[in-house]
Design a protein around this ligand. Sequence first.
Ligand code: ARG
Length: 650
Amino acid sequence: MGIARCWQSAGVPPASPSFIYFNHFAHFRFSPSISASDLLRLSSRRLVWATKAQSLTTMATEQDDCVGTVKGQIAKLFEVSLKVTVPNEPDVEPLVAACNGKFGDYQCNNAMGLWSKIKGKGAPFRGPPAVGEAIKNNLPTSEMIESCSVAGPGFVNVVLSKDWMAKSIQKMLIEGIDKWAPLPPVKTAVVDFSSPNIAKEMHVGHLRSTIIGDTLARMLEFSKVKVLRRNHVGDWGTQFGMLIEFLFEKFPNFEDATETAIGDLQAFYKASKQRFDADPAFKERAQQAVVRLQGGEDKYRRAWAQICEISRNEFHKVYQRLGVHLEEKGESFYNPYIPGVIETLTKQGLVEESQGARVIFIEGVNIPLIVVKSDGGFNYASTDLSALWYRLNEEKAEWIIYVTDVGQQQHFDMFFKAAKRAGWLPHGDSSYPRASHVGFGLVLGEDGKRFRTRNTEVVRLVDLLDEAKSRSKAALIERGKGEEWTEEEIESTAEAVGYGAVKYADLKNNRLTNYTFNFDQMLNDKGNTAVYLLYAHARICSIIRRSGKDIEELKNKGTLVLGHKDERDLGLHLLQFAEVVEEACTNLLPNVLCDYLYNLSEIFSKFYSNPECKVIGSDMETSRLLLCEATAVVMRKCFNLLGITPIYKI
Ligand code: ARG
């Protein structure tokens, strides 16, 4: 996976109004090749650019002065330097990356690329190292930077100022971590996730979609994006004919058919399918039922609504346990929009006849996208095209994210391409409005096969979650918490740990890989598990409690300093939180945030177990308690973004 471009440079201007550049003027070391008036011109051009982009970029001022990522702030300084260094190359994007190496914390890697662009054009440099040197010299002074050096073929290394780092962390403690939110280039996004099918099984694939989608939504929400959390349930389609007929047959007063009466809707589905396959007369009635339902006949609509409601209650039990919030707009919602959308696409010349069906041909794919079946009915693709149209035009979403298993990749690929052909989406993949498919691999059982329960029936998700909870409860009892804690504390901790373990085990892997579901592994209190991390957080909280100090008071009255190397390492990692969230969001990879969280707990342990960094009772107690608190705050934000409830004592 290549390095993601940061949001501040991803084809959208940085979220800083131009006055920042004016502020820097006082510090410029002017290079002879550029005049002050040039700089003013550059700067006012930036102003126009910023205004034009206002619709896409939420400006820093509107974000009540969110500072953005450290990487972004460093990149802005380099952007200024590059404009001065190579004034004839106006649109060079600063290439800045965290390097956490022995030469510095961040590195600017523009010199080599720039050299190959400018050499032979009369530029006053003799090679990449000289370009690097000039980039370094033209860097505006900033309180962020302690020192700067050029290494090898022109890498410009930046060492952050310890004072600035300490101040920034303390500021975050006082003002809250929301000030560290990254600034994405969109205001509204749709996350289409979970999306099970009515009356069919909600399987572990839907569990993955629910967990991954919720995290992505949370990360975007933290970044101040308005997120429409869409449950695109499969609530339309021919299967409803047979379900409705079967309902009428089993329950002549069908309105009495409640969840308890039907019992298991999946079993009901199976039985109706058997009936459908075995009895031609029933099949005929079922097909008629579809027509009557789609024609809007009242009795059929009510029966349909009844079946959906029973399913919905079942899904809700899973969402409730997971603490996931979704807004249902099922396939049926978009049905009225389909004819209009197909007509528009037809008028644009995109829809063609093929073997009785109406299809859209996609370049590079040998099968076409069917949008009207040969029987005249609509399908998954026509619904998805209409939903995309609705999301772009009615809901004004700028980023639409779909979370399903990788098996559906081709479907998404094809209909995104169709939308590009129609001009709904731009051609480049990183410009907005943008549609992204977030695919994920299978959940495997310990036998390496698709996850099933012992009796090879499908896994009931509610049972799975209940088991995680009861196992973590048993572990707490075993640790003697039964005597120490109230029943309520046991219950809430068992829930936090049990559900947290299921979520984390899923999220920590790159989503594209298959992952093995294993209770023993995920509930282990050692290694990269939620249990380990939740306990690590609780331990930090207990350090603070044991100090007997009022941490709120220390935040304002005390001073955080990063004197020891282990303190500085921890501080740097804390400061990189926002850019990790940004990366996880840009690449839609929650495991990036999990890695960060796990590393944070490791770096904290290194600091805390170092006798030179003694916390309680040392001269540096106040500062170190603040560092403990900052670690706990960032850990909690990570948990929050991963949908995990933190625990405060163990
Ligand atoms: N209901 C589908 C399934 O269970 C997932 C829907 C995903 N969302 C979408 N807009 N196609 O496979």
